[in-house]
Design a protein around this ligand. Structure first.
Ligand code: SF4
Length: 415
């Protein structure tokens, strides 16, 4: 659904161009286990239309509610879809796995979220960034196939573009209130370059990003916004220096800090039962394998098992991290917080992605089973990480209370 036209320079990636919805063949359709929100006017358009069939009208009467979905209450003017007993959207036809609204009335009656998913758009300062969500299995397949699929590049020239209604744009008043937003594109490019480097492992890149975010936020907190481009320029030189990367090689992982942070995140996310069961399963395995302090050593061994399992795609975690970075809306997932606090959210999410890999490898020792289950788990977690906001506040609170909002602590979490 188009809300505005404008001339934009377009940034995108190969996987965006290559994406095709696999529809009925999708192992984790977006019509399952996902409580989509509908605006009151979209509901009115659906049920008030002359084309609305009796079947759809009956379902619509019962399925929209103002309740809470895993801690997320639909905002004013919106309602949440109540899923059926199998966790399916009530408009999802079980016989052919297609949408009843689309079949009986046409795609123009779908909600904005259903129309747009898995597309994501950010439009700021004349740049339109087109992406897709890693919560879609077909997107996951593309970024798992080739390292360069998630590289971001700029198309030549500017073009007239229709923006979708869900396009993320900073309003003039938001930028006035938070001047750092004016540098959204520069900060995004700066971090994305760091995370995309082919010269180091992805964890070192994430730590270098944390150092850079911490430095940027010093200027942000002092209100020295006009110095941000200059600071980014100076940091680029320091970050790309081999000496800086080498100085991080001695950091030892702290599995206790890591596992606590991931456990907190999963709790704050109200994850699906499948993932909660998977993490409990991993905890059980850890307990059986070891006694107390050795538990963390057992986890380290399991990290090796996971790394062996994905050794055919050494770029996979790097690509998952890059996708989480912009799918979560970093550097400004939540505009109430600083760039560094937002980056901290991303670090814990990246750590959680590895944890899911470890838990999945501990449960599925056959490669094909592992591949399917890891994709399923990352997509399910991404639905919460990228499309919900309720977890942001508890995560920032957790880090603040433990005095962990520093680049050094984030390094311990991700390493
Ligand atoms: S999750 Fe992706 S591939 Fe699956 S039905 Fe939705 S858009 Fe299509």
């Amino acid at each position: 659904m188009c809300v505005a036209m404008g001339k934009y320079i377009i940034k995108t990636s190969d996987y965006v161009r290559d994406f095709r919805c696999i529809g009925t063949a999708c192992p984790q359709s977006c019509c399952e286990k996902w409580q989509i929100i509908w605006s009151d006017s979209e509901i009115e358009r659906l049920v008030g239309s002359a084309e609305c069939t009796e079947q759809i009208r009956q379902i619509a009467q019962e399925c929209f509610w103002q309740g809470e979905d895993g801690g997320k209450k639909a905002p004013d003017g919106y309602k949440t879809i109540k899923l059926d007993e199998n966790g399916d959207c009530p408009f999802h036809d079980k016989s052919d796995r297609l949408c009843i609204i689309q079949k009986q009335m046409g795609a123009q009656y779908l909600s904005s979220v259903c129309t747009v998913f898995p597309n994501i758009e950010y439009a700021n300062n004349g740049v339109l960034f087109k992406a897709r969500s890693i919560s879609c299995p077909a997107v996951f397949d593309l970024i798992a196939k080739s390292e360069s699929a998630a590289d971001v590049y700029t198309l030549q020239g500017s073009r007239d573009v229709e923006l979708s209604r869900d396009c993320v744009r900073d309003t003039v008043s938001q930028v006035k209130e938070k001047p750092m937003l004016a540098f959204r594109n520069d900060i995004f490019d700066f971090f994305y370059d760091i995370l995309s480097s082919g010269k180091r492992d992805y964890k070192t890149s994430v730590i270098l990003g944390a150092l850079a975010a911490s430095k940027l936020s010093e200027f942000e907190q002092r209100g020295e916004y006009n110095r941000i481009p200059q600071v980014i320029g100076a940091l680029k030189g320091q970050i790309s220096s081999p000496a800086t990367a080498a100085s991080l090689s001695g950091i030892k992982p702290n599995y206790a800090v890591k596992l606590d942070a991931v456990a907190m995140l999963f709790q704050a996310l109200s994850l699906t039962n499948d993932i909660v069961a998977l993490t409990e399963d991993l905890r059980d395995k850890l307990r059986k394998k070891s006694q107390n302090e050795q538990e963390l050593e057992a986890y380290r061994d399991m990290v090796c098992d996971f790394e062996n399992m994905v050794s055919d795609k050494p770029f996979l975690m790097k690509n998952i991290c890059r996708m989480l970075f912009y799918n979560m809306g970093i550097p400004f997932k939540d505009k109430r917080y600083t760039v560094f606090q937002n980056y901290a959210l991303f670090v814990i999410a990246a750590c959680a992605a590895e944890y899911l890999g470890v838990a999945t490898a501990a449960k599925h020792t056959e490669k094909a089973d592992f591949d399917a289950a890891f994709k399923r788990n990352v997509c399910a977690a991404a639905r919460c990480l990228c499309h919900r906001e309720a977890f942001v506040e508890p995560v920032i609170k957790y880090l603040t209370e433990r005095n962990m909002l520093s680049a050094a602590h984030l390094a311990l979490i991700i390493k």
